[in-house]
Design a protein around this ligand. Structure first.
Ligand SMILES: NC(=O)c1ccc[n+]([C@@H]2O[C@H](COP(=O)([O-])OP(=O)(O)OC[C@H]3O[C@@H](n4cnc5c(N)ncnc54)[C@H](O)[C@@H]3O)[C@@H](O)[C@H]2O)c1
Length: 369
């Protein structure tokens, strides 16, 4: 099989987890790859994924070889001491709205002297030169303009796109239409971690709902210690993240909760946690004879191990779509892997749809929605 040639935008912790995980399995061929949906998707294993182009704005990363940049501060993932699926030099991206006030001193963005137009021409040339076919967007929360910039680059270079973060591309009809018209696949938006806060909360909320109880209120609080959590202290950058996380839970309920009866959000930055994410979740409800109940969950997980299997699956679905010439948003894989897909389903329906997509190329939007 030809390799899956990718470009990454944002050489941060998520990316470091993805490529160090690929390296880990390369060095341990006797181990079964866990935390992914299938060993092969569209005939591809995780070892078929390679990164041939990369873009960032951090002074520690731009101009370095990608294989070295992965280990640069403020990245924290240290699972392997080298990565072999990365090649080339990290190129300068336009900063636009990528850098928040709380992370500026950690990322230390380079001084930009080129115009956005020049940087776009250079990005297009780099993607064409390297033969990348998929753009993986790992920009920080709140990077609306920067994400739109890379969606335009994908359309211009004929690349598919995996949108790992909560700026709505696959789930915005106007963008979805443009990808469809160009025959290019887009999978998004905003990773749903493998066993992350969202899927646990959704599943338990759905369970309470399906068992006929009435959920009165629920919250989910998340804390972590990496740049992602530091960035999310800036509330004005969080609008789409809040929508993405809240709607992901609301979509599983037969009756929506009032806005003031549900709180789902990243809530604080605790530096010493590093990539460990803690989630605290509570559901309060009533059952037979109006008798109250409540349940609480504390989830402790490495946030990057949680996202990397999702990346490894998403890239292979998009490559499969490119091979089969399936353009537009990928309905089943997006619903299974992302918090804010174009169409929400229950997680078991989403998994069936993702399987049907891979078996038969099934990618039909649900009727009437
Ligand atoms: N479980 C998860 O980790 C998870 C789940 C869902 C969504 N996400 C999202 O994935 C994204 C990436 O997360 P992360 O932990 O890798 O973040 P990170 O802060 O570690 O990495 C972001 C990278 O982007 C770079 N960057 C900033 N502005 C840029 C610009 N304008 N152009 C190019 N590069 C720029 C930074 O220098 C940094 O290298 C975040 O938006 C996060 O919310 C992560």
């Amino acid at each position: 099989m030809p390799k899956i040639r990718c470009a990454v935008v944002g050489v941060g912790n998520c990316f470091a987890g993805l490529v160090q995980g690929i390296e880990y399995y390369k060095r341990h061929p006797e181990e079964k790859v866990i935390g992914v949906m299938h060993e092969k998707i569209g005939g591809y294993t995780i070892q078929d994924i390679e990164f041939v182009a990369s873009f960032d704005v951090g002074e520690n990363k731009v101009g370095k070889s990608l294989g070295k940049a992965v280990y640069e501060y403020p990245n924290k993932v240290r699972w392997t001491d080298a990565v072999s699926c990365c090649s080339g030099i990290v190129k300068e991206a336009p900063i636009l709205d990528g850098i928040g006030i709380y992370v500026e001193n950690m990322i230390k963005p380079i001084k930009q002297t080129k115009t956005v137009k020049q940087l776009k021409e250079e990005a297009v040339a780099e993607i064409k030169r390297t033969g990348a076919r998929i753009i993986l967007n790992h920009l920080p929360v709140g990077s609306q303009k920067a994400t739109e910039f890379w969606a335009e680059v994908a359309l211009e270079t004929g690349c598919g796109m995996v949108n790992a973060m909560p700026v709505f591309i696959a789930s915005t009809p106007a963008w979805a239409k443009r990808f469809k018209e160009k025959g290019l696949p887009v999978l998004g938006d905003d990773y749903k971690g493998m066993v992350g806060a969202t899927i646990v909360h959704r599943t338990l909320a759905k369970l309470c709902d399906m068992r006929g109880t009435k959920i009165d209120k629920t919250y989910q609080i998340n804390v972590g210690g990496n740049t992602d959590f530091s960035n999310m202290l800036e509330r004005s950058r969080l609008q789409s993240k809040k929508i993405s996380k809240t709607e992901s839970v609301q979509s599983q309920l037969s009756q929506r909760l009032e806005d003031d009866q549900i709180y789902v959000g990243p809530s604080d930055f605790i530096p010493f946690l590093g990539n460990t994410k803690l989630m605290f979740m509570r559901i309060e409800g009533r059952m037979w004879a109006n008798i109250p109940y409540n349940l609480e969950v504390r989830l402790e997980v490495d946030d990057k191990a949680n996202s990397s299997g999702v990346s490894a699956d998403a890239l292979r679905y998009v490559q499969f779509a490119l091979d089969k010439k399936i353009g537009g948003p990928l309905i089943g894989p997006s619903a299974w892997l992302m918090k804010h897909p174009p169409f929400q389903f229950s997680d078991s329906e989403a998994k069936d749809l993702a399987d049907r997509f891979e078996k038969e190329g099934f990618n039909t939007p649900p009727s009437g929605r």
